[in-house]
Structures are given as structure tokens and as C-alpha cells.
Design a protein around this ligand. Sequence first.
Ligand code: NAP
Ligand code: GLV
Length: 325
Amino acid sequence: MRPKIYITRKLPEQIIGDLRGDYDIRMWDEEEIPVPLDVLEEEMKEADGLLCLLTEQIDESLIERAVNLKIIANMAVGHNNIDVHSATKRGIMVTNTPGVLTETTADLTFGLLLATARRMMEAEDYLKSGKWKTWSPMQLTGQDVHGATLGIIGLGRIGEALAKRAKGFDMNLVYFNRSRKYEQEKELGIDYLSLEKLLQVSDFVCVMLPLTPETASMIGMKQLKLMKETAVLINTARGGIIDEKALYEALKNRVIWAAGLDVFEEEPVPVDHPLLTLPNVVTLPHIGSASIATRLKMATVAVQNLKEGLAGEPPRNLVLLNKEK
Ligand code: NAP
Ligand code: GLV
């Protein structure tokens, strides 16, 4: 019998065609609607391999019923949607897609920083809604990016790629990370600071951490109050790292100047969410890695991991349990 693979969202045939000869493939055939939980549960009971997206919460109750499952291949670098501990305990491998999306996500993050600093979305609305009557000295003025200080929280793959972009804008670079990155300090001229100090000195703060029990709500009102009144906060990592209620209060009361968000505690973010009512927030629907080439690479890597795991080889991107604990 051929091993069974369940894929939780429609993927291009050029990606999965490769699997059809050797595996029995089933797939949730929708692009815009996530697989319902009851369908996922039934499919996981039969599957040897699962290819899922960050939209699926693969928790303990699903994992314990998946009696044949050998591998969960996430099509994302972040894997906070999967209970890695429960999977590992049952001998189920978990993989992700690091590296292939680094540059694309850094591009988007720097783009969001520029758009937020220079109020680009607000300016477009201003123009399209017919408010633009004349050029005026202080109209739609924002914050300068060049020469400003960028604080990166989480100097991993994407954090480092972001620092390289910022150097081209003559920004001063500082970072906070759980481990020191001596090589990057030398190569990029980036200084290590405590989280508190970084928040105090930065004009722009970018969060580039994974969401883990340690990083959840790492930025709350206490941290926001340390930031400059003119500071811009950018989050393209995960919503749960910043306390959204505190962020709303801080932005509304101008504790900080603006925020650019690609990620939210709840996704899709409800359209009546208070943060969406503020003019000094730029929001995107979790598109950090969304270039055609990168999404195809992520799907390809997820398939490679799946094939390796099902063939009894160590998958190239095995998530190790204690790495982020
Ligand atoms: P990465 O290379 O693993 O970098 C994460 C960095 O965070 C590492 O330097 C790590 O330190 C540091 N870190 C982890 N826990 C920490 C803690 N408790 N305190 C301080 N520093 C900590 O990951 P990446 O590839 O850059 O991706 C980062 C995250 O971005 C992903 O986990 C994902 O959630 C998010 N992401 C979002 C999008 C999007 O579409 N918006 C796209 C891609 C990724 P060590 O070096 O000591 O481990
Ligand atoms: C996207 O958010 C990812 O983690 O790959």
C-alpha cells in the first residue's frame, strides 16, 4: 500500500505532481477557505504524512488521534501552530521551511517600515478620496528613515537580512537577541543592547522573533512606554508577541508614533478590530513571504521534507524540540 499524504490547501500541480507516483495524495481543494476541523481530524486519522499551513492549529487532540502519522511538514518557517512537544513525544517529526523565505520577508518588512514612516497608505487614501487640494508644507509629513536608529528584536535569518537592507539607508543598527551574534556585530556594525535599552534608543523597532512561550506578549505597555514618542514599531513576526490591547492604547494616546503590522493575534484580524480604526497603523494580511517564487520554494521544501521523512531519512528541516524552548 502506498503511504497516504494529506495536504491541507490546494497547491499547484507542478509541486505535488512529483508525489503522485509514489503516494496516495488527498488534498483540501480550496484556495481561500481553510480545511474544517472535522475534515482535518478524519484525514489525519488515516494519513502517514501531513502537509499543512500556518492556518491549521495542529494541537495535541488532533495529534493523538493521528495513529499512522509520521511527519507534519509545515509550509512556513514559524511553527507555533503545531504542538511540537506532543508530536515529538509520539515519534512524529515536525518540519518547517527556513531560509527560502528570508530575503522576501526582509523585503516586505523594510517596505512596511518605509510605508509606515512615510504614511504611504494614508497618503494614497488622501489622494484617491479627493482630499488633495494643494501641496502644503507640513502635509502628510512623516519620520525620516535614513540616518535613524533601527532596533531589531531577534537577530536570526530575517533579522540579519533586514539589517543588511537598513545599512543601505545609513541607519544605525542595534539588536536584542537571547544569544549574542558576535560575527554579525562585526560584519554589520550592529550593537547588542538589552531589550529595555533598545526600546529607549530606537527610532524604529522591528520584531523578528518566533512566537514561543518566552516571547508571547514580550512587548506590552511597560515596554511601549520605554519607546520614543516618535518611534515606529514594525511586526512581521507573529501577532502574539505584542499585546494588541496595549498597542492600541499606546498608538491612540501617542505613547508611540505609529505601527506597521503584517501579523495579528487572531488571523484574519476581525475588520472591526480597534487597531484598524487608527490612522497611524499600517496593516497587511500576513504577506511577508508572499512572492510567487518564494511561495513555490516553500511548497517545494515542504514536499521535500515530507518525502524524506516518509522514506525514513532525516528531513532537511526537522524542528528540534528544545531549540526554541
Ligand atoms: P530564526 O532565524 O530562528 O530567528 C529567530 C531569532 O529569534 C533567533 O536569532 C533567536 O535566537 C531569537 N530568539 C528566539 N527566542 C528568543 C527569545 N526568547 N528572546 C530573544 N531572542 C529570541 O527565524 P527567522 O527565519 O528569522 O524567522 C523569524 C520568525 O519570523 C518566524 O518564527 C516567523 O514566526 C516569522 N515569519 C513571519 C513571516 C511573515 O509572513 N510575516 C515570514 C517568515 C517568518 P537564537 O539565535 O539564540 O536561537
Ligand atoms: C510565515 O509567517 C512563516 O512563518 O513562514
